[in-house]
Design a protein around this ligand. Structure first.
Ligand code: PMV
Length: 356
C-alpha cells in the first residue's frame, strides 16, 4: 500500500494491550545497545497494563518521524519526545514505514500515572507489538507467529530493557543462560510450559509506599553498575541464582522461590547503596513492610514473600491458596504504610492481547 491517496482514505491501525512485569532475578547493569549484563526472569502481570493504538496515515516526506502522541487522552510533551526519539532510533533498522507515513499514537495506562509504578515495560511492549502488527498488515500477513513475538520483544528491549519480558504469558527469561535453551541477550523468550502450575496463579499485590518520581532513574542506576566494584561478583551471583530459581519454578518449590526473590530484592537495593555516588530508593515504609512480612511468615508459616523493583514500592508475592489470609494481613498490617492506602492487586497474567 504505497499510494498516498489510498493510505489517506485507508489508514492502517493496530491496537494492543500489554502488561507490566515483575523481575524475580533482576536485570541491573547493561552494555551496548541495551544488552543485559546478566540474565533475568520475571512474572508477567495482569492488572497493571498499557493500551496502545498506533495509526499510520498520510504520506510523510520530511525524512524523519512525524509523530502525534496522546497519553491518557491528553498531549504529553515529555512522553512524546521520548517516543519520537525511540522511533527515530529504530526506523532504519526495523520499520522503514515509520518515516514514510505520519504516525498517530494513542496510549493509556490501566493504573494511575502517579502511582509510582513503572509504565515503561507495559508501554514499550504495547508500542512494539503495534509496530510489528502494522508491519504485518503492510505485508498482508495475518498470523502472529513466533518470529512476530521475537521481533516485538527485541524492539521492546531497545525501548526499555525489561519491557522485552512483557511480551510473553506468565514467565519470561531475558539474557543468555546455559540452562535455558533458546535464551538470548537480544530478546526474551517465554518459559511458561516449564513452570509448575502453582506459580501460574501467583499473586503480586503492589503496595504503593510512595507515588513520587524516583530520585535516580533506572538508566542512571544501570550506568552506575559500570563503576561498582561488586558488579563482577553480582553478575556471577545472578547467573547462579537463575539456576536455583528456574529449578524452584519447575518443581513448584515455593520456599526456595521466595527466598531467592527476597534475596534478589535486597541485593538490588544493596547495589544502589554501594554505587558511587550511593543512593537509597527504599523509604521508611518499605523497610517496615519488609519486616512485617518476614515476621508474619515466621509466626504463621504462611508462604508470603516480597520483592522490590527500582523504587520504594513493595510487591507482595503469594500463592492463590493463601489469598484470604494474606489479604486480611495486608489490609490490617500493611495498608497503613501505603500512600493514601493504595494497593494494586495484581496476579500472574496471560500476556499481551490484540485489541480488535
Ligand atoms: O528496564 P529498565 O531499564 O527500567 O530496568 C529495570 C530494572 C529492574 O526493574 C530493577 C529490574 C528488572 O529486571 O526489571
Amino acid at each position: 500500500m504505497s499510494n498516498s491517496t489510498e493510505m489517506q482514505s485507508n489508514p492502517i491501525k493496530a491496537g494492543w494491550e500489554s502488561p507490566s512485569n515483575i523481575a524475580l532475578i533482576k536485570y541491573w547493569g547493561k552494555h551496548g545497545k541495551q544488552l543485559p549484563r546478566n540474565s533475568s526472569v520475571s512474572f508477567t502481570l495482569s492488572t497493571a497494563a498499557t493500551r496502545t493504538f498506533v495509526t499510520i496515515k498520510d504520506e510523510n516526506t520530511t525524512g524523519k518521524v512525524e509523530l502525534d502522541f496522546i497519553f491518557n487522552g491528553k498531549e504529553n510533551q515529555a512522553f512524546s519526545t521520548r517516543v519520537e526519539k525511540f522511533l527515530n532510533s529504530i526506523c532504519d533498522e526495523y520499520f522503514t514505514f515509520l518515516k514514510k507515513y505520519s504516525i498517530h499514537i494513542d496510549t493509556s495506562n490501566s493504573f494511575p500515572h502517579s502511582s509510582g509504578i513503572a509504565s515503561s515495560a507495559s508501554g514499550m511492549s504495547a508500542l512494539a507489538l503495534c509496530l510489528c502488527d502494522i508491519e504485518n498488515q503492510l505485508n498482508d500477513k495475518t498470523n502472529f507467529d513466533e518470529n512476530f513475538y521475537l521481533k516485538a520483544s527485541e524492539v521492546s528491549r531497545l525501548g526499555s530493557g525489561s519491557a522485552c519480558r512483557s511480551i510473553y504469558p506468565e514467565v519470561a527469561v531475558w539474557g543468555q543462560h546455559e540452562d535455558i535453551p533458546g535464551s538470548s541477550d537480544e530478546y526474551a523468550i517465554g518459559i511458561r510450559h516449564q513452570i509448575h502450575p502453582v506459580f501460574k496463579s501467583f499473586h503480586d499485590d503492589i503496595l504503593i509506599i510512595s507515588a513520587g518520581e524516583k530520585s535516580v532513574s533506572s538508566t542512571a542506576g544501570h550506568n552506575l553498575m559500570e563503576g561498582n566494584p561488586f558488579a563482577p561478583v553480582r553478575y556471577q551471583q545472578a547467573n547462579q541464582r537463575m539456576k536455583l530459581l528456574i529449578t524452584a519454578l519447575k518443581q513448584g518449590n515455593i520456599s526456595d522461590f521466595g527466598k531467592i526473590a527476597e534475596d534478589e530484592a535486597m541485593t538490588l537495593h544493596a547495589l544502589m547503596m554501594c554505587s558511587d555516588p550511593s543512593y537509597i530508593l527504599m523509604e521508611e515504609g518499605t523497610l517496615s513492610v519488609i519486616r512485617k512480612i518476614k515476621q508474619f511468615r515466621e509466626q504463621t508459616s504462611i508462604p508470603v514473600f516480597f520483592t522490590l523493583d527500582a523504587g520504594p514500592n513493595v510487591h507482595v508475592l503469594y500463592p492463590d491458596e493463601v489469598e484470604s489470609q494474606v489479604n486480611a494481613f495486608i489490609q490490617n498490617e500493611l495498608k497503613p504504610y501505603c500512600n493514601e492506602g493504595r494497593i494494586i492487586r495484581d496476579k500472574v497474567g496471560t500476556g499481551p492481547e490484540k485489541i480488535s
